[in-house]
Design a protein around this ligand. Structure first.
Ligand code: ZN
Length: 52
């Protein structure tokens, strides 16, 4: 079972999902809105597990 995580960007954008999904979303978000390439490591450091 994949753990769900959430990620909040400094601009207020948020996403959640598995770490793979969050990474893909963050990569696209960074490219589109911030003209910036994020690494998997950065995304993992910024994301938090969702407790259920
Ligand atoms: Zn952002």
């Amino acid at each position: 079972m994949d753990e769900q995580v959430q990620l909040a960007c400094a601009c207020g954008w948020e996403t959640r999902g598995t770490s793979d999904e969050v990474f893909q979303s963050a990569l696209e978000h960074g490219r589109r809105l911030h003209n910036m390439e994020v690494t998997r490591e950065q995304v993992e450091q910024m994301s938090k597990p969702i407790k259920r």
